[in-house]
Ligand binder design. Structure first.
Ligand code: GAL
Length: 998
């Protein structure tokens, strides 16, 4: 049949065209026509490149019995990390190449449209049986193949295709036979299309979404377009279904029967679809040869006076950017995982998703329709790597790529046009500028005027309907809200942009510990109607499950597979850990964007509870408001608030008795929890959507006169049961042997500390990670033992003078810390315009004290914010209460270890050992603490959590002040209010030990 030499399709691989032999893109729906599912076990061989492809791969006579078997769908690099039995292989033994991670940089030379000859090529074959072909046509449909696929059926080439995250169909009819059929697919990792797919993610390949053979009966429906508007002025649904063959439409629930396709019908009594009320109707579309079942939501998207409205109401996005990821299967997701994502979003108050940066698995959008999420559906397009060559040769501006650009957009829109959840089309991401993008926008405006068009790279917004930005800081965001942001050169375009609604398609970079500053962004979105909110970058860490030499699991990131170019852990920037455990960042986000806010005003008439309904559409009828009063975590009273139903975007009040002032050193806390009373498919009864707290602090604990004055002895000093050495170090408190304290002004840099401002480098330059401590004087002054010391690093003059004063309060030891900065807390900055050297301030990571404690801590109890970690610019996701955690539970396992686990706003804590010994810490002025089985130095040095080994010392850090988290790994630093300048600070804490043992 095909005797000629197969060169691996070299010409097609370097073609500017998107494919050959494909059918026009369209929507598919559940149909009564036959479907043959071709997922499952396929024969597989990985060829090294063009010179290594299998000759005769397409021939039924070819014997592939020596090949491996893999599952389709799947990503071959991830499949090859495991043996045939599914067990993870030791590193270095991967069977099918390795995943490679780059953010911007292309992992191949920039020489479009050429690609390397070393082009990993997956060869797939599978037999299938088909009886009774009848008079139907048959369509072979691939939902996603990364990146370039050539397809043969029974030795006949059907065509080839690119566009990894886009569906492709071929007409299988001419090649199909009754009985056994052989499908062969050759998938090349690199092709010209790879230049258009430079998204910030792992490069992984294969037939990674489903494959099906669809019967197309004679008279069947080729394409269908459901236009279902909602007229909020009349309350009518407006339905028109367009099909390519004569058809009729039924909506049984609305009494619609036999509506001819193409005709518009206004339907009284249709309920509208919104993300808050995802009301769908079953619609049947019937042609002579086929019946389709589709689910339809009625809704109308409009921009009114510069504000996005749906069904007449303005909407706010509380969104996330979602890549498709699973730590074992890569971009191949099961329906369970897709559903888990939508449910996790809904249960964390997320109401919108941008499908960064490609259309998702189609089933994801079904779930968004069903469970309710606003969707920005983004085309599979990014050419960011051209930025590194000054955008020279960027495909967006090169007419030779025009067809490919339009092809991608058409396939996005045609596949997804019937989803009510999709309200905005996005052209792609970070693809520079150029007429190909404009052409895409024009095509969409023409094809689907019912939705808005988005592209962040169109800064002037000349061909889009929303002004979109990524990572502006709070100050600039506020200026945009006010319409006072900087003007661009083109006055007409500038004026146009200023009239558009605005959203942050990416903000709050969730890499590692953070993001901080969410509350402040939310306040801006509240303040300015033009600001429609934003989409946190990003939903999930793209870690890959691996085991270390000892067989312990960890999640790999860039570089872990020995990639020659990579971007390290920049791939771990999600609100979920790779195993879909919510990170503290997600809990914070959920609290900040809660659709109900609870506030308090304590006045003469009692405690007024202010309930703000921040939903755009629904009232509070489906919610309950449960209150409790606790004294230092112990429940005193509880009940349910009687709140009148609050309309969307409205406020109401209820009254509670004012809480009585608690005893000295205590807190009385009123908590109002807002929970679901009427469950929905996404939110179970009792699910908590918001919490508000009102804290009443008792008077300070009265100062006690020291029972004992410091005594000198041969080992040093003694105050009651506390012993100090000659240098004034606390060596034991009762039975507890300790080390320290040391001034602790460093933290293991977070990813945000390691951001573009380079705080970590500044701290290194000042030597905060290698401080030397010198005791200047130990003396008794009055009833206090006063230790004066200086903390500085070699080669710098920036540090602190510290005075630590100890005294007995009878039942505890009071420690008073005073720190005074010395030297220059600044470093060389960029040159000033006049050539002189500038200096920029160096912020202080933290001001605190370190203590070394014995290992074997059983638990830590505390009163304060918990249960999770919190930092000064990220403490909405925690609440005041009484908490207990083990040392392990106190650590947050960021993929790249870094500062974590701080418990803040604490007024008392107890560290308990197995033998009952308990170290107690307390003060009226709240403090923070971290308890770790390793040092900050070890934490900073570790590449993965498995590198951290508990040692003989438990490290206790008391935190009196710290620099906020910010989002500087890609966004802004902590807001000015949350920056820590070197400053004088005086704080006190009471320490006591009780229990038996040590
Ligand atoms: C943005 C980009 C995203 C991601 C993010 C950083 O510029 O659009 O794809 O790379 O930065 O994580």
């Amino acid at each position: 049949m095909h005797e000629s030499h197969d060169d691996g399709g070299r010409a097609a691989l370097t073609s500017f065209e998107p494919g050959a032999g494909r059918l026009a893109p369209r929507s598919v729906a559940a149909s009564d026509a036959r479907v043959l599912d071709l997922d499952g076990s396929w024969s597989f061989r990985l060829a090294g490149g063009l010179r290594d492809v299998t000759q005769g791969i397409a021939e039924p006579s070819f014997d592939d019995s020596a090949w491996d078997r893999v599952s389709v769908p799947g990503c071959w690099q991830l499949q090859g990390l495991r043996d045939a039995g599914g067990e993870l292989l030791p590193r270095g033994q991967a069977r099918y190449g390795v995943p490679a991670y780059t953010n911007v940089i292309y992992p191949f030379p920039i020489d479009p449209p050429a690609v390397p000859d070393e082009n990993p090529t997956g060869e797939y074959r599978r037999w299938f049986e088909l009886e009774d072909l009848g008079s139907s046509s048959w369509t072979l449909r691939f939902e996603g193949v990364d990146s370039h696929a050539t397809v043969w059926l029974n030795g006949v080439q059907l065509g080839w295709s690119t566009g990894s995250r886009l569906a492709t169909e071929f007409d299988a009819t001419p090649a199909l036979r009754e009985g056994r059929n052989l499908l062969a697919v050759r998938v090349s990792q690199w092709s010209a299309s790879s230049y258009l797919e430079d998204q910030d993610m792992w490069w992984v390949s294969g037939i990674f979404r489903s494959v099906r053979l669809l019967e197309r009966p004679a008279g069947g429906i080729g394409d269908h377009h459901v236009m279902a508007d909602f007229d909020h002025t009349t309350g009518e649904g407006v339905l028109r279904v367009v099909t390519d063959v004569p058809a009729t439409v039924d909506v049984p629930e609305l009494g619609v029967e036999g509506l001819p396709a193409g005709e518009e019908l206004r339907i009284a009594g249709a309920s509208p679809w919104t993300a808050e009320t995802p009301r769908l109707y079953d619609v049947v579309i019937r042609s002579e040869g086929e019946t389709l079942s589709v689910r339809v939501g009625f809704r109308t998207v409009r921009v009114v006076d510069g504000v996005i409205t749906v069904n007449g109401a303005p909407i706010r996005f509380r969104g996330v950017n979602r890549h498709e990821w699973h730590p074992d299967t890569g971009r191949t997701l099961s329906e369970d995982v897709l559903r888990a994502d939508v449910l996790l979003m809904k249960r964390h108050n997320v109401n919108a998703v941008r499908t960064s940066h490609y259309p998702p698995d189609a089933r994801f959008l079904d779930l968004c329709d069903e469970l309710g999420l606003w969707v920005i559906d983004e085309c599979d397009l990014e050419t960011h790597g051209f930025e590194l060559v000054g955008w020279q040769g960027n495909p967006s501006a090169d007419p030779r790529w025009r067809t490919a650009y339009l092809d991608r957009m058409e396939r996005t829109v045609e596949r997804d046009k019937n989803h009510p959840s999709v309200i905005i089309w996005s052209l792609g991401n970070e693809s520079g500028v150029g007429d190909n993008l404009r052409a895409m926008a024009e095509w969409v405006h023409d094809r689907d005027p019912s939705r808005l068009v988005h592209y962040e790279g169109d800064f002037d917004s000349s061909y889009v309907d929303v002004y979109s930005r990524m990572y502006p800081d709070h100050a600039e965001t506020e200026l945009i809200g006010q319409g006072a942001d900087a003007r661009t050169n083109d006055a007409t375009a500038d004026a146009h942009r200023r009239g558009l609604p605005m959203l942050l398609c990416e903000y709050a970079h969730a890499m590692g510990n953070g993001p901080g500053g969410l509350t402040e962004y939310e306040a801006l979105f509240d303040r300015y109607e033009r600001l429609h909110g934003g989409f946190v970058w990003e939903w999930i860490d793209h870690g890959i499950r691996q085991v270390d030499r000892e067989g312990r699991e960890f999640f790999a990131y860039g570089g872990d597979f020995g990639e020659p170019v990579h971007d390290g852990n920049f791939i771990a920037d999600g609100l979920l850990f790779p195993d879909r455990t919510p990170s503290p960042g997600l809990l914070e986000y959920a609290a900040v964007i809660a659709p109900v806010r609870v506030g308090f005003v304590d006045g003469a008439g009692g405690l007024t509870v202010r309930i703000e309904n921040r939903h755009d559409v629904i009232d509070t009828a489906g919610l309950r408001f449960l209150w409790t009063v606790e004294l230092d975590g112990r429940a005193e009273e509880s009940g349910e608030l009687d709140v009148p139903v609050v309309a969307a975007r409205d406020v109401s009040e209820a009254l509670l008795p004012s809480p009585a002032i608690p005893p000295p050193g205590s807190r009385r806390v009123v908590t109002v929890r807002v929970v679901i009373a009427q469950p929905t498919p996404a939110l179970p009864e009792g699910h908590e959507i918001a919490v508000g707290q009102h804290v009443v602090t008792g008077p300070p604990v009265p100062a006690r006169v020291g029972a004992a004055r410091p005594q000198r002895d041969e080992d040093g000093w003694r105050i009651d049961r506390a012993t100090f050495d000659h240098s004034g170090d606390l060596t034991a408190l009762g039975s507890l042997v300790l080390q320290g304290p040391r001034l602790d002004v460093w933290r293991a840099p977070t990813d945000n500390d390691r951001g573009w401002l380079g705080h970590d480098r500044a701290w290194q330059e000042l030597g905060l990670d290698r401080l030397l401590h010198r005791v200047d004087e130990v003396d008794v002054v009055g009833d206090e033992l006063v230790v004066s010391s200086t903390t500085l690093a070699a080669g710098t003059d920036a540090g602190f003078r510290t005075t630590t004063s100890w005294r007995s309060t009878g039942d505890a030891l009071a420690l008073r810390l005073r720190v005074v900065p010395i030297g220059q807390w600044s470093m060389r900055g960029p040159r000033n315009p006049d050539g002189s050297a500038s200096r920029r301030p160096v912020y202080v990571p933290r001001i605190g004290l370190w203590f070394g404690l014995p290992a074997g801590v059983a638990s830590v109890d505390w009163l304060g914010l918990g249960p999770g970690e919190s930092y000064r610019d990220s403490r909405d996701g925690v609440r005041v209460g009484a908490w207990r955690a083990s040392v392990t539970e106190l650590q947050t396992p960021y993929l790249k270890p870094q500062e974590n686990g701080l418990r803040s706003e604490v007024w008392s804590a107890a560290v308990r050992w197995d033998d009952g010994t308990t170290l107690r810490l307390a003060h009226d002025t709240p403090f923070g603490f971290a308890v770790r089985p390793w040092s900050s130095t070890a934490l900073a040095a570790a590449a993965h959590p498995t590198d951290l080994q508990p040692g003989a010392t438990t490290h206790l850090t008391l935190d009196f002040a710290h620099h906020g988290l910010g989002s500087n790994s890609c966004g802004p630093d902590a807001t000015p209010a949350h920056r820590l300048h070197a400053h004088e600070l005086e704080r006190e804490i009471r320490i006591a030990v009780d229990g038996e043992g040590r």
